[in-house]
Design a protein around this ligand. Structure first.
Ligand code: 0RQ
Length: 508
């Protein structure tokens, strides 16, 4: 087999994952690669988890602070959470074991906008990064690195860490080389320059990650696939959400508010986002572009069919079946996909300039258009804000979508007041459920509440929501509270409180 480690000095640092893991110490801040289950180290984290378990068994303390690009996989977050090996995790996770530990109060979690992470580290806001553990597809003779299936924060981890551990994964095709675009022009304020990108496919950097070879303390070889990110076939609710969006896009084109080929699409994680992209593949739009952070099956299908011309992302997060299609046709996809650092894929300046259509999932929205993307019943974290805030705040049109109910209809995803706010009413323009689409642009709060109830709420909850706003407005008219954003403060969160005791939001 062709060697993927061409730099002689780095080849001399080859060792086992267990030996490499022992170079990480209790209390270290460790920056690992990985973004939505793509391009994460596969062996060192598991070896580290074993090492931590041994230390715990010997009565010793051993916990690290773990920083990543975004969510990873059971071999990383799962393994470290299982042994209680993290005292702090940032910026986005979706692992069930990790989530359970956070919600049980056994580890800390700092949920940061994905575009902020790299610069927070450059600014020194998060303290020193001790070790970077980065998966790559190969190492060139001069020590430059061929990135793997995600870029995430790797550039920053390699720059900022004192020590670097590389995992060279032979499972990734070497033909990935050339797909990435690593921009090294970002300066700190007050020396910042405009990011020189004016269209979604523009290349402004280099295909390789730079790394000072003298910092590399270990190189580990692996040959393992990324997590299989499975998507369920679109159900009735997601098909209806997608269909409302298709009608909306057509209306906007007709009104001259969107060009015929739309504007670059950002699409969030999960099944609904994926279903919307699948619908676009059956729809009338051509010449589409993607400017997103996670490229899922649905977007790859759009590229394959030719409906989408190109897509920019920071990660390729595919089901194993679609990953095979991607790997088998890399020459085709390399011409059409650009993988960037997440501080660029999610950069507010670029998002605003390109004018994205941002489409993200949510847990719940309230009558006035505030959105909760992260918390169940106000207290338990689901995943994290991820990039949704980067995109929602700066997009041309910001869309949030969800089925109108959750947990078999016992929860309304439209509530009087959200139990946690991630996206305020100021960043939310369109709300879509399978019931319909509410276009909130330019509407005042009392106009919004009526429209959201009429268009988006489930019939089981409509009467109670209408009753709530009518009584809140009546209270305002009788001098109890204002009439700009009417609320019944004693009742605003009573639906959530009821669910916590009866597992049903519906009034008895
Ligand atoms: O939980 O599987 O235990 O039943 O939430 O819900 O309907 O499968 O939706 O996969 O699209 O995820 C907001 C979580 C939606 C996601 C969220 C429960 C529901 C289920 C998932 P179960 P669905 P999706 C770019 C953008 C934040 C980050 C983001 C997310 C589970 O979209 O993490 O947007 N977004 N990043 O039962 C209680 C409610 C609920 C509820 C749903 N109202 N109350 N539980 N659920 N609504 C990508 C990145 O940033 C990386």
């Amino acid at each position: 087999p062709v060697s993927r480690i061409l730099h002689p000095g780095l080849r001399s640092r080859l060792m086992s994952a267990d030996d490499a893991a022992r170079l990480i110490h209790h209390g270290d801040h460790v920056g690992m690669s990985g973004f939505t289950g793509a391009g994460y180290p596969k062996l060192v984290p598991q070896a580290l988890a074993r090492h931590i378990q041994q230390q715990h068994d010997a009565g010793k303390e051993f916990r690290i602070g773990l920083w990543t690009g975004a969510s990873t996989a059971p071999e990383l977050d799962g393994a470290l959470a299982k042994v209680g090996g993290m005292d702090m995790r940032l910026p986005y996770q979706s692992d069930p074991t990790c989530r359970a530990r956070i919600n049980a109060g056994e580890m800390a979690y700092t949920d940061i906008h994905l575009s902020h992470v790299a610069q927070y580290v450059w600014f020194g806001f998060l303290g020193k990064l001790n070790v970077a553990v980065i998966e790559v597809a190969g190492i060139l003779e001069d020590g430059r690195l061929i990135p793997a299936t995600s870029v995430g924060n790797n550039k920053t981890w390699l720059d900022q860490a004192d020590k670097v551990i590389l995992e060279v994964n032979h499972g990734h095709p070497l033909a990935l080389e050339g797909m990435h675009d690593i921009y090294y022009g970002t300066e700190r304020p007050p020396y910042r320059k405009p990011i020189p990108m004016t269209h979604a496919g523009e290349r402004i950097g280099t295909p390789y990650l730079h790394c000072d070879p003298t910092k590399v303390i270990a190189v580990v070889e692996t040959n393992l696939p990324d997590r299989d990110t499975k998507f369920s076939a679109p159900d009735d609710a997601s098909r209806r959400i997608a269909s409302h969006l298709m009608d909306f896009f057509q209306q906007e084109v007709k009104l001259g508010r969107l060009p015929a080929e739309l504007l670059p699409l950002q699409s969030g994680v999960g099944n609904i986002a994926n279903a919307v992209l699948e619908s676009l593949n059956d729809g009338p739009f051509t010449g589409l572009q993607g400017y997103t952070e996670v490229l899922q099956d649905g977007m790859l299908a759009l590229l394959k069919s030719g409906k989408m011309r190109m897509a920019s992302s920071t990660a390729i997060s595919l089901s194993s079946e679609v990953m095979k299609e991607f790997n088998d046709h890399l020459d085709f996809y390399r011409e059409r996909i650009v993988l960037r650092p997440q501080e660029i894929s999610n950069h507010p300046e670029v998002i605003r300039r390109l004018g994205l259509i941002a489409m993200n999932g949510m847990i719940e929205a309230d009558l006035y258009g505030n959105v909760n993307s992260t918390h169940v019943m106000g207290t338990r974290i689901m995943n994290g804000i991820g990039g949704s805030g980067d995109f929602a705040r700066n997009a041309y049109i910001s869309i949030f979508m969800t089925p109108s109910t959750a947990k078999g209809g016992s929860i309304s995803c439209i509530v009087p007041m959200v139990s946690h706010v991630d996206h305020t009413e100021h960043d939310v323009q369109i709300i879509v459920t399978e019931q319909g689409l509410a276009d909130l642009r330019g509407l005042a709060p009392r106009q919004r509440s009526r429209l959201i109830i009429e268009r988006c709420a489930h019939p089981d909850f409509k009467p109670a929501l209408l009753d709530y706003v009518e009584r809140a407005e009546a209270a305002g008219r009788s001098g109890q509270g204002g009439l700009h954003t009417p609320h019944l403060l004693q009742e605003a969160l009573s639906w959530h409180a009821r669910y916590e005791t009866t597992e049903d939001m519906r009034p008895r």
